[in-house]
Design a protein around this ligand. Structure first.
Ligand SMILES: [Mn+2]
Length: 244
């Protein structure tokens, strides 16, 4: 049986040059491992800190990352990319040119007989009306078309500003979001049968049982804090591991 790999919240494009270099080095290692295993890869959102699709231009900053995706696909890896609140519109480039499957919102795949519920984790809080409005405006085709008609360097500058607005400041928010996500998974499990709830978003790495005692809650954490966590599902078991 092939392995499934999971990763979230790398936020390529956010940090200092040094931190970014380390992340892309680790991602190259990770991509090599996924390719050797001929596994599947689930990227659970906020992999890129911003993304904009233009008609004729690809944001060059992300070229090393995009090449690694292409290489993995060349090795027969199935790549699934869930949009987050930073990479909230993935456009057609990933699907049509690279061959990556893209998703908005939650998906419930069955992997080797186990039921997964996979979501980045943003926009689940009904109190977060401002954010929901932001997403509905920016995932709107018309607004995106306006945006992508702007000269690319200017548009990317604006995107990076927007991306900063979409970011949490301070740790207390993180804890609130992590608790919220766990409670969300818990209440979801009351009406829906799943084995694994997998998310990211709060940057708080976690793997524990839900209150029903049988489903797992997995938060994949982040690569922005000098750790490089990822999830592996194999032989019906999920484990959170770490690149050195
Ligand atoms: Mn997020």
């Amino acid at each position: 049986m092939s392995k499934s790999f999971f990763v979230s919240d790398i936020h390529f494009g956010l940090q200092s040059e040094e931190a970014e270099d380390r992340k892309i080095e680790r991602f190259a290692e990770f991509a090599g491992m996924v390719s050797r295993e001929k596994g599947s890869l689930y990227m659970v959102g906020d992999i890129l800190d911003y993304w904009m699709e233009f008609r004729h231009v690809i944001p060059k900053y992300f070229n090393p990352f995009l090449c690694l995706l292409r290489e993995m696909i060349g090795h027969g890896v199935d790549i699934h990319y869930f949009a987050g609140n930073h990479d909230f519109w993935l456009g057609s480039y990933f699907g049509k040119v690279l061959g990556v499957r893209t998703y908005y919102g939650a998906k419930e795949p069955v992997i080797e007989g186990k039921h997964f519920y996979i979501t980045h984790g943003d926009g689940l809080d009904p109190k977060d009306i401002g954010y929901r409005l932001f997403v509905s405006l920016f995932r709107n085709r018309f607004n995106l078309a306006l945006f992508s008609a702007i000269q690319p360097d200017i548009a990317i500058g604006l995107m990076r500003k927007l991306s900063r607005l979409s970011r949490n400041h301070g740790g207390s928010n993180r804890h609130y979001e992590a608790d919220f996500l766990f409670q969300y998974a818990d209440s979801l499990a009351e009406n829906k049968a799943f084995d694994f709830f997998v998310c990211g978003h709060s940057h708080m790495k976690s793997h524990k049982k839900l209150s029903n005692g049988r489903s797992d809650y997995v938060n994949l954490g982040t690569w922005t804090e000098g750790e490089y966590p990822y999830g592996v599902f194999e032989n019906e078991r999920f484990s959170l591991q770490q690149l050195k």
